[in-house]
Design a protein around this ligand. Structure first.
Ligand code: GRG
Length: 298
């Protein structure tokens, strides 16, 4: 599979995800329309769809079909989008642009933005519960719900976000920075790969390999995000660059310098690829996504 074309792979899966998102989100005119418009505004604004594509790639790496995991793949995108909407609020990062457009609260107001985020999180678990046909065993759904809840909760994304906010303006230790990064961002990325594989009935060894790859990829993703905030532009990122420094955020470049940050991200990508070797060619898309995570400009 040396001629593997990541662009085609990603475009095909992104189309599947986008079609499914459009189908599973409540229509804009369903009452009450304001919140449904706000939900669709941020979800349909695009984005890389990395998490749902990782769900599909995790499934395919252990021999499953993408169609089996689409509701769960979309659930991960809804949770991610909720976190972006809430993160952009004045009470948190107070950002004006996201995914190349005005942030949710700038268009719909803070109250509706909060509720749209809440509704996306809630709807995500409704979708996972409905993915029962895709699971090799209905009990797997319970494990997938627990996995996603833990990754999104206080020992995952929410916990990381809390410590991130509490660390603003302070010099944090390398351990605290890793605590923030592995929870705020990496937990959901790791869970995305894992639940795709779990739904496809992955054997323990395969799941272990995917877990190791997911951990490395997740951390690399956040380190690259930190680097892009230093080096990127509004046009490339679809959000305001340089905001980490302005808000005195705990980041890899701030603590370790740009060069060491790039080296660490590269090493993590290599670690992920080594972990995937036992899965053979079926894991080629995840390895290619790993390279993309390192090379991305947005
Ligand atoms: C509000 C509970 C809560 C958590 C917020 C995700 C997050 C935690 C904050 C977002 C702030 C941020 C920029 C984090 C860095 C990593 C990250 C999640 C970047 C955005 O993800 P991408 O690049 O976005 O996958 P797209 O738009 O492509 O989906």
């Amino acid at each position: 599979m040396s001629d593997f074309d990541l662009k085609t792979y990603v475009n095909d899966r992104r189309r599947l995800v986008d079609e499914t998102l459009d189908r599973v989100l409540p229509p804009e005119d369903a009452p009450p329309p304001t919140v449904h418009r706000a939900m669709r505004y941020s979800v349909m604004a695009g984005g890389k769809r990395l998490r749902p594509i990782l769900v599909i790639a995790g499934c395919e790496a252990v021999g499953g079909m993408a169609e089996r995991v689409l509701p769960t793949a979309c659930a991960l995108e809804l949770i991610h989008t909720y976190s972006l909407i809430h993160d952009d609020l004045p009470a948190m990062d107070d950002d004006d642009y996201r995914r190349g457009r005005l942030t949710n609260h700038k268009v719909f107001g803070e109250a509706v933005a909060i509720l749209a985020g809440d509704a996306l999180l809630t709807h995500a678990f409704r979708l996972v519960a409905g993915n029962v046909d895709g699971a090799s065993d209905a009990r797997v759904i319970a494990d997938v719900v627990a996995e996603i809840a833990e990754a999104a909760g206080t020992d995952g994304m929410v916990g990381g976000q809390v410590v991130d906010i509490e660390s603003e303006g302070k010099t944090v230790s390398a351990e605290t920075l890793d605590y923030i990064h592995t929870r705020k961002t990496a937990a959901l990325i790791r869970a995305s790969l894992r639940v795709g594989a779990m739904l496809a009935g992955a054997k323990p060894d395969a799941l272990k390999a995917i877990t190791r790859a997911g951990e490395a990829l997740g951390l690399a993703f956040q380190i690259v995000d930190d680097i892009l905030d230093v080096e990127g532009s509004l046009e490339e990122l679809g959000k305001t660059a340089g905001s980490d420094q302005r808000k005195q955020k705990a980041t890899y470049p701030a603590l370790h310098g740009l060069e060491a940050s790039r080296r660490r991200a590269r090493q993590l990508i290599e670690d992920a690829k080594v972990a995937l070797v036992p899965l053979g060619p079926a894991a080629r898309p995840i390895a290619a996504l790993a390279d993309f995570i390192y090379e991305r400009r947005s």
